[in-house]
Write a protein that binds this ligand. Structure first.
Ligand SMILES: C[S@@+](CC[C@H](N)C(=O)[O-])C[C@H]1O[C@@H](n2cnc3c(N)ncnc32)[C@H](O)[C@@H]1O
Length: 199
């Protein structure tokens, strides 16, 4: 067996066993019901843990990430991998297909603020009627920040992103590692939101 094949197998195991599926994605999958061949997007898919969970629920999965090799890891060892399309590219550049489930955990906040709005329009535009959107966003909290590499939103700004959608969950919690009293330049809050496009 070649070194590449061994490494692909080990990586596939890591992709599925390295950590549990994110609760946000799990909730969205439970709300959406069986995939039955419908299309789900995983934007900023990382190693592909959530993409694997989507495949296991019967979805076709279109996974996007700009990192070399991201998402590819699930191809090797996951049942249903023939229903997976991995696209390597930036959220800013790639057209998104219409989908019944659009998931983006811990990826959209890494857009620079100038890029967030146009990408958000495309993310919303990709949602098929009746489709579910499940995203993590970062909140600035009470902390002052001058980050130009992250999009940090006020709570009201975050809520406004979902105008016109039915918001099923809007969880707002302190970001891990945030010190009491602020002072951090990172996100103060994490918003996890699930919303549905009306039919
Ligand atoms: C913190 S990881 C999250 C990965 C996975 N979704 C999770 O929940 O663990 C952020 C991922 O988003 C990807 N990413 C960040 N900005 C991106 C962009 N502009 N276009 C495409 N992928 C991006 C990174 O390469 C990385 O894999």
């Amino acid at each position: 067996m070649t070194g590449v094949a061994v490494s692909a197998r080990v990586d596939a195991a890591a992709a599925t066993q390295g950590r549990p599926v994110r609760p946000l994605c799990r909730r969205a999958l439970d709300l959406a019901g069986p995939g039955d061949g419908r299309l789900a997007l995983d934007l900023g898919c990382g190693r592909g843990v959530e993409a694997s969970a989507m495949l296991a629920e019967g979805w076709r999965v279109w996974a996007l990430d700009r990192a070399p090799g991201a998402g590819e890891l699930v191809r090797a060892g996951v049942a249903g991998a023939e229903r997976l399309t991995v696209v390597r590219g930036a959220l800013q550049d790639v057209e998104l297909p219409a989908a019944e489930l659009v998931h983006a955990s811990y990826s959209l906040p890494f857009l620079p603020p100038a890029d967030f709005g146009p990408v958000w329009q495309r993310v919303r535009g990709s949602l098929a009627p009746g489709g579910l959107l499940a995203v993590t966003l970062f909140g600035a909290g009470d902390t002052r920040h001058d980050r130009t590499d992250l999009t940090l939103l006020g709570r009201r700004q975050a809520r406004e992103l979902f105008l016109g959608l039915e918001v099923l969950a809007f969880d707002d919690r302190a970001a891990e590692g945030t010190r009491a009293g602020g002072g951090s330049e990172g996100p103060g809050r994490v918003f996890e939101v699930i919303a549905r496009r009306m039919r």
